[in-house]
Design a protein around this ligand. Structure first.
Ligand code: ATP
Ligand code: LTN
Length: 333
């Protein structure tokens, strides 16, 4: 048995990835993997994605793109299994047990459910409602110690912890109770057009988000068009949400602290600052885009990654399912 702490995280292949996804999720995964302190599992949460109706052809493309982007962003599949959730049936097997231990009231309080129900009013399906029980299964299957997620997933993680404790109390110690790992810098990148909203790929205004695969000239244009206030100083403060967001993007891609950024740009205007932000973001995205293009030429390699990943994931996940099924009193097959 490995002595290392275990990490599990996932992203849905529900569309093209944004800079927010990169800064708030993927980039931290890569950093955590590099420390060598953790055994990491990275999942493409494709079963979660179908809680919203997908066009099959686009869905397949998004899923392969996301897989290639995981690797292009620096995840090493030799070190950290990368797999599709749908390739490891244990997720669904444990998900049912979790669903039977989740209260309707708990699910009704989930803000993501309320938001998505509003957005997809003609398809408020049961899967959208029980989504958090599947997510709990994803995490508990691997006895994960840490779950790196953006701030918006915190409520789901709290529920996962409650479900782990509930099960452990009812049936004896079974699950590790996982901790959230939320990065301080870049936990939330906001829309470039409305800094009160998070940067989101489902924004109807495409100037609000930067996609990892946006052509570089477009990335630069989007940053130059980003809303700022009528002042001119590069600093944090009341009414400076737009500038502050650009500062946190700059901080995320350069590693500079907010204080260092303020000092570096004293006496310089928004124009100059935006140019610096655009260049720094472009520099981050260029190598990712190049690696992505290379990977997409090598489908066999991508297939090998997800097959090997699913094999390693299933080995651990199946053991948890067997234990859980036994504990709840199901007859062993
Ligand atoms: P949607 O736009 O459909 O709501 P999304 O862009 O929020 O999707 P998710 O698949 O829900 O993407 O999120 C993937 C991961 O990226 C999660 O860990 C989430 O917290 C993180 N994330 C998403 N948007 C941001 C953001 N703007 N800033 C920081 N992290 C983000
Ligand atoms: N709900 C998450 C994706 C997700 C996930 C998980 C994240 C599904 N299962 C398990 C961490 C751990 C999202 O939409 N970002």
């Amino acid at each position: 048995m490995s002595e290392k702490k275990r990490i599990l995280s996932g992203i849905q292949p529900s569309g093209a990835l944004t800079l927010g996804n990169y800064v708030g999720a993927l980039r931290n995964w890569v950093a955590l993997q590099k420390t060598d302190e953790y055994e990491c599992f990275f999942m493409l949460a494709d079963l979660h994605t179908i809680t919203v109706r997908q066009i099959p052809k686009d869905f397949r493309k998004n899923a392969m793109d996301l897989l290639a982007l995981f690797i292009a962003c620096g995840i090493d599949p030799e070190k950290s299994p990368v797999f599709f959730q749908s390739h490891v049936p244990a997720h669904l097997q444990l998900s049912w047990v979790m669903t039977c231990n989740t209260y309707m009231g708990e699910l009704s309080r989930m803000t993501q459910f309320k938001d998505k129900a509003k957005k997809h009013a003609t398809n408020i399906n049961a899967g959208l409602f029980t989504y958090p029980s599947l997510m709990a299964a994803d995490i508990l299957l691997y006895q994960a110690d840490l779950v790196p997620v953006g701030h918006d997933q915190m409520q789901h993680l709290e529920l996962t912890r409650d479900l782990a404790n509930r099960f452990n109390n009812a049936y004896s110690e079974t699950f590790k109770v996982p901790e959230a790992y939320i990065p301080k810098v870049g936990a939330r990148i906001m829309s470039l057009q409305d800094p009160t909203q998070k940067m989101s790929k489902s924004d109807t205004n495409e100037n609000g988000y930067i996609l990892l695969l946006d052509p570089i000239d477009q990335v630069i244009k989007k940053i130059k068009r980003a809303v700022t206030d009528s002042g001119s100083e590069v600093k944090r403060g009341e009414g400076k949400a737009g500038v502050e967001n650009l500062m946190s993007i700059y901080s995320a891609v350069t590693g500079m602290s907010m204080d260092e950024i303020e000092s570096a740009f004293i006496g310089k205007g928004y124009g100059e600052f935006k140019t610096a932000v655009a260049e720094a973001v472009a520099e981050t995205l260029r190598p990712i885009q190049e690696r992505y293009l290379d990977l997409m030429k090598n489908k066999d390699y991508l297939e090998k990654i997800y097959r090997d990943g699913a094999g390693k994931a299933a080995y651990i996940a199946n053991k948890t399912v067997a234990k859980v099924y036994r504990k709840v009193g199901l007859i062993q097959p």
